[in-house]
Design a protein around this ligand. Structure first.
Ligand code: GRF
Length: 200
């Protein structure tokens, strides 16, 4: 079974969806490790409940970002994680890390990139008044919310709906498409040329 590591910082609903999809057979993978930079992240509880190994690495306890990431790499190698899935991980990985895992780190973003990058994407899209937003899964490169796009799904903003309702619908899409994208990456059926990701 191919091994993945999931990086989290918060609630971990995407982690939970991945756990559930592995359990119900939709995603053939094993989560070798869940890493959090926040010791209070609820995602850690979800992982422990599912019997998954967890690791808390707080950047503040390292001399610098390089030392923090070098420790991450040591653990990932030990666990033989083939890909790294960022699921609400609120920390920017530096080129030192990204170069070691080129096209092996993936992220999910709750908007149609390149529109609305950053930490408040759903809110930003809602307030901007766009009629369509959505979800993007992409490889992580040296720039924030920027790497080659694996898949996207549009979500229309309904007239009169609240931000909370929109958030719920976006998260539902995230929870479905992230596992599909992970399966695709693990199967090796994506090729990446520059910014373009192709199937096959
Ligand atoms: C998700 O909306 C994801 O797109 C973004 O951070 C959020 C994480 O939520 N990168 P959760 O911790 O998986 O519930």
């Amino acid at each position: 079974m191919k091994k993945i590591a999931v990086f989290v910082s918060g609630s971990g609903t995407n982690l939970q969806a991945i756990i559930d999809n592995i359990r119900n057979g939709r995603l053939k993978a094993e989560i070798a490790l869940v890493v959090s930079d926040q010791k209070k992240a609820f995602a850690l509880k979800r992982a422990s409940k599912a019997g998954i190994k967890t690791l808390v690495l707080e950047p503040g306890s390292f001399a610098n970002r390089r030392e923090f990431e070098a420790e991450l790499v040591r653990h990932l190698k030990k666990e033989k994680a083939e890909i790294i899935v960022l699921a609400g991980f609120m920390r920017i990985l530096t080129p030192f890390f990204i170069r070691k895992y080129r096209n092996k780190v993936i992220n999910i973003h709750p908007a149609l990139l390149p529109a609305f990058p950053g930490g408040c994407a759903i809110d930003d899209a809602f307030r901007y008044g766009v009629k369509t937003t959505g979800v993007t899964v992409h490889f992580v490169d040296e720039e924030v919310d920027h790497g080659p796009i694996i898949c996207q799904e549009a979500v229309e903003i309904r007239e009169g709906e609240t931000l909370k309702e929109l958030e719920e619908r976006i998260h539902k899409v995230e929870h479905r498409i992230y596992s599909q994208a992970i399966a695709g990456v693990l199967s090796g059926r994506f090729s990446v040329k520059g910014r373009i990701v192709k199937k096959g």
